[in-house]
Design a protein around this ligand. Structure first.
Ligand code: NI
Length: 131
């Protein structure tokens, strides 16, 4: 066990002490251990967990090349794509809903690439953990 000093702003220290009492930690060190472990767990979880996901994209279909680009990117990640659905929202706007399965890091990468395509008005990825 190693000891080290931690500097905290007053208001953050109050929050830490509240956490200590709320969770009945014996001391601040135990609370900090808990927070570090939880952070690391969440980080691992986010990267490696098998998840299912749904990506929603809204875009103007008049934009040239956009649809072709979306399809091409999805083909690069075909192992993640379970299905996709296209809805014509109105005269200009389309909504594409892409159902995905894979590790969270892969889904995030694919979603980021699709959302970054020029002309995408809105993009949002929702993920849920598979039990
Ligand atoms: Ni459409």
């Amino acid at each position: 066990m190693k000891r080290f000093g931690v500097s905290l702003e007053d208001n953050l220290l109050v929050k830490l002490d509240n956490l200590v009492s709320k969770r009945s930690f014996p001391n601040r060190s135990q609370a900090i251990r808990f927070l570090i472990r939880r952070h690391l767990t969440v980080e691992q979880w986010e990267k490696n967990r098998e998840v299912s996901g749904c990506l929603v994209l809204v875009y103007d279909h008049h934009r040239s090349g956009l649809q072709k680009r979306l399809t091409s990117i999805q083909h690069d990640y075909h192992h993640l794509v379970l299905c996709s659905q296209h809805v014509h929202l109105d005269h200009n706007n389309c909504m594409e809903t892409i159902t995905l399965k894979g590790t969270a890091i892969e889904l995030r990468e694919l979603a980021d690439r699709l959302i970054a395509v020029k002309g995408i008005i809105h993009g949002e990825l929702v993920m849920s953990v598979l039990q």
